[in-house]
Write a protein that binds this ligand. Structure first.
Ligand code: ATP
Length: 272
């Protein structure tokens, strides 16, 4: 069953960008891996995508900023509306979607030889945004502060990004994503390569950012989904069938009173 998430009320940060996936199907070659997945991800809140390995969570995430189409042989159907505007509209530039919808990956991927400062503003050059020296300084401080890293690095901004710890590198990547002022931040298991302390620090950052940037996070960690998200969507691909959303709704409901037995079994660790 494909499910449409109803908006929680009142919608936190309703003025922030919502992202609305409508009947999204995805294929790799002939193989269909997502079947008509619909999900409304409300603005200014955190939505967690959960489900067993291989059910299509990362693929779904990549359809939300047009990264799926970069994979040779990959195709998709359906619509993804960013505050009501289809990001797949052929008259829109691919780079617009990427600028507005940033992504943080599983493994921190800063430019290792580039300074911390230059890492933060790296996206400006790529997206053609121009900024003067003092504007850049302000932006670097602002983004590192939002990513929860400023205090730790303010005295060594010229050191290479690769010299930071894994958790710091991931926060640097978050700061780099924020520098192009995205409306939405996609996070694909952003803590899976990190120790528990760094994980908690990133979760704190997500909680702080979630009010101003719409966040969609894929996680295998149920406690993490419960801690950071306001909405949850449970994906499943049963017996070789394409992935679907079994159930989506407020996180508390998904964890304490889900409607579907399969959701209850998954969140209680009975499979997956
Ligand atoms: N580049 C690719 N080429 C072909 N098939 C792929 C590719 N990437 C993913 N798939 C397939 O698509 C299906 C969904 O994969 P996806 O990575 O989206 O699942 P997932 O739920 O994110 O899994 P995990 O939790 O293990 O990361 C899987 O069957 C996978 O084998």
């Amino acid at each position: 069953m494909t499910s449409v998430m109803t908006s929680p009320h009142p919608v936190p940060g309703a003025e922030q960008a919502s992202i609305d996936a409508r009947a999204v199907s995805a294929w790799f070659g002939d193989r269909k891996v997502l079947d008509r997945v619909s999900l409304l991800m409300p603005g200014g809140s955190v939505t967690a995508l959960i489900g067993p390995s291989g059910c299509g969570k990362s693929t779904f995430l990549r359809t939300l900023n047009r990264m799926h189409e970069l994979i040779p042989g990959a195709s998709l159907a359906g619509e993804v509306l960013l505050s009501g505007v289809d990001i797949y509209d052929p008259t829109r530039k691919l780079t617009d979607a990427r600028k507005q919808i940033g992504m943080v990956f599983q493994k921190p991927n800063p430019f290792p030889a580039m300074s911390i400062y230059d890492n933060v503003i790296a996206g400006l050059k790529l997206t053609g945004l121009k900024a003067g020296r003092s504007e850049r300084d302000d932006l670097v401080e602002q983004c590192l502060t939002k990513a929860g890293l400023w205090v730790e690095v303010r005295d060594r901004l010229r050191q290479p990004g690769g010299a930071l710890s894994g958790g710091q590198q991931q926060r640097l990547c978050i700061a780099r994503s924020l520098a192009v002022r995205p409306k939405v931040l996609l996070m694909d298991e952003p803590c899976s390569a990190l120790d528990p302390t760094s994980t908690r620090r990133i979760e704190q950052t997500i909680a702080e950012l979630g009010h101003e940037v719409t966040i969609i996070i894929v996680t295998h960690n149920m406690q993490q989904a419960a801690r950071v998200s306001q909405q949850c969507a449970f994906f499943l691909a049963e017996q070789g069938t394409p992935g679907v959303i079994v159930e989506a709704g407020p996180t508390q409901q998904i964890f304490t009173a889900p409607n579907d037995q399969r959701t209850a079994d998954y969140v209680n660790g009975r499979f997956g």
